[in-house]
Design a binder for this molecule. Sequence first.
Ligand code: GDP
Ligand code: IMO
Ligand code: MG
Length: 427
Amino acid sequence: MPGIVLVGAQWGDEGKGKITDLIAHDFDFVVRYQGGNNAGHTVIADGKRLALHLIPSGIMYPNVTPVIGNGCVIDPRVLIDEMDMLEREGISTERLLISGNAHLIMPYHLDLDGASELLLGKNEIGTTRRGIGPAYQDKAARVGIRVQDLLDPAIFKLKLETVLVEKNRLLERLYDLPTYTADDICAQYLTYAARIVPHIADVSTLLNDALRANRGVLFEGAQGTLLDIDHGSYPFVTSSSCTAGGATVGTGVGPVAINKVLGIAKAYLTRVGSGPFPTELFDETGETLAKIGGEVGTTTGRSRRCGWYDAVVVRYAAIINGLTDLCVTKLDVLSALDNIKVCVAYDYADKLYGTVPETQTAFHHATPRYEELPGWKCDISGCRRFEELPAAARDYIAFIEKLADVPVSMIAVGPSREQTIMRGWRL
Ligand code: GDP
Ligand code: IMO
Ligand code: MG
């Protein structure tokens, strides 16, 4: 059995939750390796619609062990709320395993996320304000508090007292915000500990043993390639490694354990928050995509910016992640359109770009070069085989495939599990 990474090929919200849930039953472990509750992964199964923020989308299957890896940042209150929500839905969270090396999102991280966005003013990133950036900042600064610190209340308090010296000064003097006492946070977090400690596990050893024993591990990426801290549209990115390489760092598994990398791309494009988006639409077509596609954020409820499919972005994602397969989602949303545009290259300063420009300036000012394809103007949400799709929809997929230079082995034509066309997907 293989190790497979599933990764967003655009700016997030590509339908990673749906596809993870669809294929998870073939795996023994489904693992989140980065990010936190900035993610919102929608799973629709057995008539239930669930929004998962931290818990892997394989949780629905009793044969799957869901794992949160060391590369994640965890807001314990959100995690416990999510566990309670799942239990209420009759889904057991007993099997959930959490790396002791994952970092905790602390109350001051939430304050600092909001405060630094305010200070950035019109240059704000448009974060989810879930404390993600400040938690990763502390990890890099080596003052982060980790899940394993919940095991020892004395150590937890000591680390907290140390870091609060700096945080309280920042909150009070720079941002004019209330400060914290270690006692207050300890009281709150040590009640969370009772729920979280039983799930702590040596994730790296467990996954390496599993892979050596030929058991299947699915690494569920959050966010997307263009939100990656290194390879994304910096500074308008998140603070973690969303790309496929993040799966090895974020779990402690070597790169040769990964057999396949499945990229998920919407049949058009969306983005939440600030930053470049060359194919963004500000007209009626954009509104149509937003309306039919239900393009409202799963985590923050913000409207998603919508635009045409950008083959430059997906080609870039194919290269950066080493995609072996592509899954195109939400093809059904395009059914309303007479004609569909695809961006095949960018123009900027007398130069033609076939991949994402190396400078921020060029990306911000890139003008898309489009090719226009005819729409199919009929309902495709009931199609289950590629041959059942109208010729224009098949041509659209073939065009995307050619531009990405990666086989499109799965196509989603609706939000539920069964609304998926398998086109050569193999483990
Ligand atoms: P994720 O963050 O990548 O997991 O994606 P989200 O769950 O945030 O957003 C994807 C949205 O599209 C969800 O509401 C899904 O239920 C929905 N969805 C996924 N695939 C399809 C599809 O093929 N067609 C339609 N119409 N909706 C889809
Ligand atoms: P899923 O996993 C879409 C965006 C935010 C913002 C930027 C930084 O559901 O695809 P952060 O709070 O991470 O510091 O915000 O990243 N962002 C997402 N956009 N989908 C997501 O996750 C996102 N997670 C973060 O909107 O622009
Ligand atoms: Mg999402």
